[in-house]
Design a protein around this ligand. Structure first.
Ligand code: FAD
Length: 454
């Protein structure tokens, strides 16, 4: 390792709320003599959330854990609340940083924010650097023979696996030198008070899982004995057969590299199927990066013609879990209570909203975005467009899940459904608000009427 080119770095953490396998810390400790970790509660993002948003509690708890961890290493985490486009340049100046490092974000609003930060930093003589951490292979790394992004998952996944074989270092654990952290004594005057949840306008929420890096590692350990049966159990929503790591992956309390290593170190169909799910995550992130129109419209432009006829009261009944279809209602009630939903149930309720209630997928997408603890724009949009058949490599429009047979197949004893719909089988339970067999034909007709996009 040569002499670091920078005097002091500011390591701006965002979706990487951990200490282990941390690419931004590694880069900072490599290119600067010393570095300061910084986290900003972004007032632009938080300003759009309701005061009972669970994600803010999750992040807050992670930050508390990180503060302790960095204190034990003899340093500190600088925490602020406000607009990062103002605060990052301000902090860089205040702390004498000549470089700011953070992990790359692929959402349009984040890209615009980072561009602005970069310009402002440049004007004050400070460099801005981003690197991939949230995914294994970012947007442009995997292209087909024509140099274009893949539009079908299986060839993408094959190319991903091939690239992984050629570059196993892409998932090597990243270590960093904690002696490069600026010592606590030099930071005291900059620390200030960490904003409280209340001071930022939020109430602490009870979460279905523990926040933080330690909790993520515990969850992974708990999943390891189940990974061999993952292929068999992953679709059963009555069985706890999946990792439950999506929230941790979303906020980077665990690194995606560690998850991929875990899958690749194990033989068998279970670990390989789990690896494929992690590749879906990269796939959707790549799609959002390469096809930014996804954020506001359908991947297949002709599908933007669809005028979804489902009425507002049906959408509201879906949100409340009062459609009269037990599996849908159980899933939505559990979701409303926790902010989490099993993957198979996400597909069932998304397809039910679009193909049975004939409501625009964007309304469901927005409802999920508001309440999902693991909300990730790329995966959520990908999941919704897959279910609505408007997306890239989506479910064919005529292959519509029957909610009753999905329940029979994946919750045969009704364990999950009864746990959420106590009034099932009584007069208090709502009658089905529509007839699925009639509605599915209307959904098919909506797609058959589409004209090729101009
Ligand atoms: C309509 C819909 C919306 C969704 N919205 C989100 C979202 O906002 N955030 C999110 O992380 N996932 C989303 N998913 C994907 C998936 O449902 C969740 O990742 C999964 O249920 C999380 O549970 P787990 O951690 O136990 O997953 P596991 O089965 O243990 O899978 C491991 C990890 O792989 C990734 N993964 C698994 N399935 C998918 C998938 N289909 N697409 C992309 N990544 C996947 C996740 O990071 C997950 O934690 C959505 C799926 C659908 C159908």
């Amino acid at each position: 390792m040569g002499t670091p080119e920078h005097r002091r770095a500011l390591a701006w953490i965002r979706r990487d709320l951990r200490l282990k396998d941390h690419r931004v810390f590694q880069r900072a400790s490599e290119i600067a003599h010393e570095f300061v970790p910084v986290f900003i509660f972004d007032s632009t993002i938080l300003g759009k959330l309701s005061s009972d948003d669970r994600r803010v509690t999750f992040i807050f708890d992670c930050i508390e854990e990180l503060k302790d961890g960095l204190k034990q290493l003899g340093s500190a985490l600088i925490v602020r609340f406000g607009d990062p486009t103002i605060l990052v340049p301000q902090l860089a100046k205040e702390l004498g940083a000549d470089v700011v490092i953070c992990s790359q974000d692929f959402e349009r609003s984040a890209i615009a924010r980072d561009r602005k930060v970069q310009e402002l930093l440049k004007a004050q003589g400070c460099r801005f650097e981003t690197g991939a951490d949230h995914v294994i292979f970012p947007g442009k790394s995997i292209l087909n023979k024509e140099g274009q992004p893949y539009r079908v998952f299986t060839p993408y996944s094959n190319a991903w696996l091939k690239l992984m074989d050629e570059h196993p270092e892409a998932i090597s654990e990243v270590t960093w030198d904690s002696s490069r952290l600026v010592p606590l004594d030099k930071l005291r005057s900059h620390l200030g008070q960490t904003p409280t949840l209340e001071s930022m306008g939020f109430q602490p929420q009870t979460l279905w899982l523990k926040a933080g890096e330690k909790a993520a590692q515990d969850r992974l350990q708990k999943f390891l004995p189940k990974i061999l049966d993952y292929k068999k159990d992953r679709d059963s929503f009555a069985v706890d057969g999946t990792s439950g790591l999506s929230v941790h992956l979303r906020f980077g309390t665990i690194s995606i590299r560690q998850c991929v290593r875990t899958a690749r170190e194990r033989k068998g169909e279970g670990p390989f199927t789990w690896l494929k799910e992690l590749i879906w995550r990269d796939f959707y992130s790549m799609l959002l990066d390469r096809f930014p129109h996804l954020e506001t419209g359908c991947f297949k432009p002709e599908c933007d013609q669809i005028v979804w006829p489902g009425p507002e009261e049906h959408f509201q009944a879906w949100c409340r879990g009062e459609t009269g279809y037990p599996v849908v209602d159980a899933a939505m009630r559990y979701f409303n209570a926790t902010g989490f939903m099993h993957n198979r149930l996400r597909m069932v309720v998304a397809m039910f909203l679009t193909k049975t209630l004939l409501v625009d997928w964007k309304k469901g997408e927005a409802y999920f975005a508001k309440h999902l603890l693991d909300f990730d724009l790329a995966s959520n949009n990908g999941g919704w467009q897959w279910s609505a058949s408007t997306g890239c490599d989506a479910q064919p429009y005529f292959r519509i899940f029957n909610p009753t047979s999905q329940a029979e197949k994946f919750d045969p004893d009704g364990v999950f459904i009864r746990s959420q719909v106590a009034e099932l089988g009584t007069a208090a339970y709502p009658k089905p608000i529509v007839d699925h067999s009639v509605q599915r034909l209307k959904a098919i007709a909506l797609f058959q009427a589409l004209r090729p996009a101009k």
